[in-house]
Structures are given as structure tokens and as C-alpha cells.
Design a protein around this ligand. Structure first.
Ligand code: SF4
Ligand code: SF4
Length: 68
């Protein structure tokens, strides 16, 4: 199973990773706010991740790490 890690303090909640994911499994967490005041992203269904790393490539903050 792939592992998608978001550095929550780098994330600015832009949602580009959500739009980029071909499996539609990246989500912004409406219940969580980081120190900068942004809702942070996370992978909601890691079991369905294909480790394409589109999310990581799209992230302008380089906040996402994808490991197989
Ligand atoms: S690696 Fe690919 S499938 Fe997995 S969360 Fe990122 S964009 Fe989606
Ligand atoms: S693309 Fe990066 S900065 Fe934007 S929501 Fe996703 S993890 Fe956060």
C-alpha cells in the first residue's frame, strides 16, 4: 500500500492536490486547521492510492511525500 504524507505546517489548503488526484481520494480536512489557519489536505483512502504522485507534483508548497 502506498503512503501519502502531508506536512501539515507547509500546507496552505489550496486544494490543487485534491483536483490532481486521479483516484479522487485527497481531501481537505474541514475539522483541522494548521498554525497558519489553513484547512490541511490528507489522503482519505490510502488503500486506493496508486502512488502516481500527481498530488505531490502539483503541490506548490512541496508538502506531500508519496512512498510505495
Ligand atoms: S499518489 Fe496519486 S493516487 Fe495517491 S493520493 Fe496522490 S494523486 Fe492520488
Ligand atoms: S496542494 Fe499542497 S498546499 Fe495545496 S492543499 Fe494540497 S498539500 Fe496543501
Amino acid at each position: 500500500m502506498a503512503s501519502v504524507t502531508v506536512n501539515e505546517e507547509l500546507c496552505k489548503g489550496c486544494g490543487l492536490c485534491v483536483d490532481a488526484c486521479p483516484k479522487n481520494i485527497m481531501r481537505l480536512d474541514s475539522a483541522k486547521i494548521n498554525q497558519k489557519g489553513y484547512h490541511t489536505a490528507h489522503c482519505a483512502e490510502p488503500e486506493n492510492c496508486i502512488a502516481c504522485a500527481f498530488c505531490a507534483t502539483m503541490c506548490p508548497e512541496v508538502a506531500i511525500t508519496v512512498e510505495k
